[in-house]
Write a protein that binds this ligand. Sequence first.
Ligand code: MLT
Length: 406
Amino acid sequence: MIQINENYSKLASSYLFSTIAQKVSEYTAKNPNAAIIRLGIGDVTLPLSPACLEAFHAGVSELGDEKTFRGYGPEQGYDFLRQDIARNDFLSRGAGIEASDIFVSDGAKCDTGNFQELFARDIKIAVPDPVYPVYVDTNVMAGRTGPFTQDRYEGLIYLDSTEENGFVPRPPKEKADLIYLCFPNNPTGAVATRKQLAEWVDYARSSKALILFDAAYEAFIRDPEIPRSIYEIPGSKEVAVEFRSFSKTAGFTGVRCAFLVIPKECTAFDKAGKAVPLRDLWNRRHTTKFNGVSYPVQKAAAAIYTPEGKKQTREIIDYYLGNAKIIREKLTSLGFTCTGGDNSPYIWVKTGKDSWEFFDMLLSKAQIVTTPGSGFGRCGAGYIRISAFNNREKVTEAMERIAKIM
Ligand code: MLT
């Protein structure tokens, strides 16, 4: 008898963004003329920058000519892209990351979801609450939790991110082995200071733990004091891996390209306590299960690091940050307490009501899609997340509609 992985039956419900998409399609089926404005899932709307597009086309053309055609590429990514990443994203900020520490992939969602495969089943896991659901769900699937009761999975350490701690949790008293951190944060939009990250690095070093640092939104940081990479913190290379993505940085949500950084110094331990380099372990996993990102996509990604690419990418991000400012200012003027939106594309709004009720109210009365905070965890109850990824006219109109119904 073929048996299922019973851990899947522990999963609370469908994936958050699928549930929202389902609700929105039910609403549009009943209201076919509704002019919906989508500020829910963080999906970009601006087209690729001219620099990326040109490189993308050139990459495709090379594949159409026998002289320049390429088949399988290196699973870890082409060296030209890995070198660009190391030089521009890390060395330029004083973080000594080498091209060989970088693994190019098709998305940070897959990387953050898959990375837990490298670890034993009985490790102790700490996740922020609210949290990007992928970190939790993939560990549930892997059997690292008990059942879901009272909005939480048994066996996980939840790091409450609340108004009181500025949505930046401190290390717990208990000993965690694997810690998920995300800054700028999805969903709260909060950023962590150097001091706050240093405290986490100290914790990981002293408890031989590992930090999985999701920096998918680092390009939105405008405050020069805020670190953009965990590797700006001394001592972090031994205890942290970092996830990055071109999705929100350069409009690649549909193109698919991201990367994972595993410094050669970074280790976990075998049963006997012997240190094992994680880079080697991931390389073994990656070469077995992944055949690389397509050549034209990597060419397009590398174009982000050219002088024109940098300028155009910054303009795109500034545009979304402009939207975020409009959202934050309008909601604040309407009396809501908001976080995020200054160094992040997400605005976390305290609604004073049940999150799903508020979501339904915005959908039915203003035809605006947001994301209910409680979908990210117990501490998200009473909040909604508004995404700044849309065009300026729609964002402005959405704010007018909200003002009208409030
Ligand atoms: C979000 O809206 O949280 C993100 O778009 C999800 C993702 O990047 O997978």
